[in-house]
Design a protein around this ligand. Structure first.
Ligand code: ZN
Ligand code: ZN
Length: 251
């Protein structure tokens, strides 16, 4: 979770604070149908703190409220701006009981802006953070579950009621396939081992260029311990052409 504190965002202190133990699921809000910043539907993260300050000014000065209405604000770049914070009654959920029981988590983007993966991940982490720090129920509902309103838009409303699915992390590297030398059109191929314990099964007649000293595979060298990250295998194409017989024993 990437929290930006009130001080970091330059928010004003609240006029007053009402705190109490909150118990219900968090409530999702959006910023409106279509958020346009400097003429565009996407914007740099450097603009986000200013947008949050603008909402706070509107709520405190035009609406006369004590503070920005929301407990937390999530930006499309994957950051959580601290609003009223944990176990603090809000002014966003539309009913007195809703304001006193459910943390209001607002998306800085709107229905017409891209619902980014970073926003989904951060929103979910914020809701789970609320659950971990309070007695609140897990999960999330939408503003329209409290009262009749378009908020938080159909896209985010369906998403929170689907259990806030987030994309799977992509950190798992995709293993490179070992090339099939029998189909190689070039005599020189590069082969990488997939994991530290992998043994390479080599074809008779290959020379391992990246290994010192050079190793030429013979029929008595059916396997070779792979202790380098990458080797180049030089195939004697004059001898074998582009067709090779795979000597590996059949499983
Ligand atoms: Zn709302
Ligand atoms: Zn941002």
């Amino acid at each position: 979770m990437n929290i930006i504190t009130r001080a970091q965002a330059g928010l004003r202190p609240p006029k007053y604070v009402n705190r109490g133990a909150m118990l219900a699921q968090s409530t999702c809000h959006y910023n409106g149908p279509d958020i346009i910043v400097s003429g565009k539907k996407t914007w740099d993260h450097s603009k986000c703190a200013g947008l949050v300050r603008g909402i706070q000014n509107y709520h405190m000065d035009a609406k006369g409220w004590s503070d920005i209405a929301y407990n937390f604000i999530i930006c499309p770049h994957g950051y959580t701006f601290e609003g009223r914070g944990l176990n603090t009654y809000n002014g966003a959920n539309g009913t007195t009981s809703g304001n006193k029981s459910s943390h209001a988590v607002m998306c800085l983007a709107g229905e017409g802006n891209t619902f980014t993966d970073a926003e989904k991940v951060e929103f979910r982490q914020c809701v789970e953070y609320v659950v971990s720090k309070t007695k609140c129920h897990s999960g999330c509902m939408g503003h329209r579950d409290h009262k009749s309103t378009a908020c938080p838009g159909d896209i985010r409303y369906k998403w929170v009621h689907a259990g806030m699915p987030v994309p799977k992390p992509t950190s798992e590297p995709v293993p490179e396939p070992i090339p099939d030398l029998r189909k190689a059109s070039d005599a020189m191929v590069v082969i990488r081992k997939k994991n530290p314990t992998q043994r390479l099964l080599l074809w008779n007649g290959m020379t391992i260029v990246g290994h010192d000293p050079l190793v030429t595979v013979t029929p008595t060298t059916p396997t070779f311990e792979a202790d380098d990250v990458m080797w180049e295998l030089l195939v004697d194409s004059a001898k074998y052409g582009n067709t090779f017989v795979d000597p590996r024993p059949k499983d």
